[in-house]
Design a protein around this ligand. Sequence first.
Ligand SMILES: O=c1ccn([C@@H]2O[C@H](COP(=O)(O)OP(=O)(O)O[C@H]3O[C@H](CO)[C@@H](O)[C@H](O)[C@H]3O)[C@@H](O)[C@H]2O)c(=O)[nH]1
Ligand SMILES: [Mn+2]
Length: 747
Amino acid sequence: MAMAASLFNGSHTIVVHGTQEDNGDRERQWHHKDQTFSVGGSVGGNDFEGDKNVLSNVEWKERVYNCKFRQEKSDLVRKDGGNDDQRLEDDLLNHWRNVPISSSKLIPYRLVIVLWLVFLAFFFRFRILTPAYDAYVLWITSVICEIWFAFSWMLEQFAKWNPINRKTYLERLSIRFDREGEPNMLSPVDVYVTTVDTAKEPPLITANTVLSILAVDYPVDKICCYVSDDGASMLHFDVLSETAEFARRWVPFCKKQNIEPRAPEFYFSKKIDDLKEKVQPNFVKERSGMKELPRLVYVSREKRPGYEHQKKAGAMNTLVRVSAVLTNAPFMLNLDCEHYINNSKAVREAMCFLMDPQLGKKLCYVQFPQSFDGIDHHDRYANRNFVFFDINMRGLVGIQGPLYVGTGCVFNRQALYGYDQPGSEKRLKTTCDCWPSWRFCGCRHGSKKSKKHGVRSLLGELYPKKKKMMERNHIRNGSTPMSDFSEVEEGFECYDELEKSSFKSQKKFEKRFGQSLFFMASTLLEYGGLPEGTNSQKLVREAIDVISCVYEEKTEWGKDIGWIYGSVTEDTLTGLKMHSRGWKSVGVLYAREACFQGVCSYKFVRSVAPSSEVAYCTVPTVCPLTGKFIVPTLNTYASIWVMGLFLSIITTAIVELRWSNVSIKDWWRNEQFWIIGGVSAHLFAVFQGLLKVLAGVDTTFRVTSKAAKDAEFRELYLFKWTSLLIPPTTLIILNMVGVVAGVSGAI
Ligand SMILES: O=c1ccn([C@@H]2O[C@H](COP(=O)(O)OP(=O)(O)O[C@H]3O[C@H](CO)[C@@H](O)[C@H](O)[C@H]3O)[C@@H](O)[C@H]2O)c(=O)[nH]1
Ligand SMILES: [Mn+2]
């Protein structure tokens, strides 16, 4: 099995790939500008000089609380006449704040929900106590459906009980971490882009996304873009290398002219006259900007017959490991290939939360809403999804945080490694069984003899390094809490005892993360960065190791850590897994220019809900047809409950639209698709699910085609037959017949 890594294009690009069964030729050489670059695992050494910055990352925290902050505060206090000390302190500490939704909108909302519950209780009492004996089966069916509706409605409604808006302060983030003329303290971020099929995902789309990432408004040495190519296609590879070349001109241009968005195709398609109102840029800045480029890494993971490659989730886990070895940024941004960065400050938005001294530690991710270009004017297919993002997700902010929806999401690396949230009770347990013991003693026991040296040097350095960093902090500011420091000392005292269990602990680590000692060591660096004494050759060799398809065998990847396998909605599953470990998430859901923008793909599959809609669309129409009614003639009381129920449901929707500012039209589209989806796609999904559970037949992840052009909108209005349409069509016919029968019966 041949593997290769090559450096191309000067030093800002790296290629890491395993051999694909279907292309053996790629790893050998690569032509660019009449030059052939050989592929012997070389990498631009100076690129990794940034490590020192990466490691000193821990300093940002310290800095927040210290000199700078005090000075800022006292400056402000002086300006303000020193009045509201506490308020100022709070203000300065926060890069974000909650913007409460006005109680004139929220109180009626909650009242209506409570009212609904009361009506519901009486309604069910009536429903269950008065069975329709002459239509018993229909009655039972409809009652079961109603109970299910009420239950799911209750779950949904209570998740929205406490919706919250938030506001970020990018300037404060800059004041704190990004001062001119001083070393930048913003946290590094690894960016992941996945792509697979050149036919469905034109490489130009990926190229645009990559350019928008490279041009993002963030320190260049703190951004590293990883592109996973699951198609192992020469075309992707070539386009990407051209992209890297083009970036040399494009990125400085974007930064100099401060244009948005920074994906070229979408920038030029805006047709804005940018020549107006341009300011003369600072010459020095411009010149230095010309040579500054973030790194770009191309990864094509190994695939072999007999090994399940796990689609996107597999690609993501590969990227997690490669990036851990090469850059190990504490945070990572995940973008599908068609989702480019529309607002170059997007990463900073996320950092307002992730670098927050209090909230940041508890966060597993920051999710941005999905927003799309090229949605037809009437949004025929409810693709804008405002109801989901502006109502449901915003409601979830008030609980543990919004769901992960697969793209436009910035993660905390530690949360993906399966650790419990530091504040939660479970964390202590995890820490006790494997963390400290291995941290201090693991260096003495390499599992493989051949690797023993590497282990020792790697892990051996980890401890002194951590200690050194802490000492530095300690000296620089007497106020640093002692706890961390004494924890280290304690670790040393019980060294002997820990040593005994160290071998066991390391085995545990291996079972969890796989065999790469380098990777294991990287997981211990809570603030990211690379251990000292590594060189680029070693790193690339290690990177190739961790993308091998056997790497995940007998590990927890995809089960307990990283992206979770076995579902077509691996995103939701992955997010919930972290939530279940106590981590919180945040949504950047407030109205502002979309941070990420996708090329619209018309695909309609989402959650799999039992399709009680089908039964409920059928039952009422069967009644007039058969002359048997599920609801006996209503008495006065019962009709009050039924009316009340309907009215309160309608009112809830209205008040919901008021606090969320979603338009009636968007809401109506959503309702339409709830029904259409419920009786078609969801219904089929239920069958697929059953097939999988009962017969082990697996569902497939079909890649969505991203090549939609304006001219193709017409197609959206064309009628195309698919078997998915059978159930809704049948239902429509049944209902029409039912109405006719009902009306004629009444006449
Ligand atoms: O074998 C594969 C298959 C897909 N992908 C990538 O996965 C991403 C998502 O695939 P896509 O076909 O665009 O799925 P969508 O339905 O448009 O995506 C939504 O829904 C998916 C399933 O819930 C999530 O994985 C996505 O992130 C989310 O954007 C794309 O970048 C693909 O290139 C791979 O890398 N390898
Ligand atoms: Mn997609």
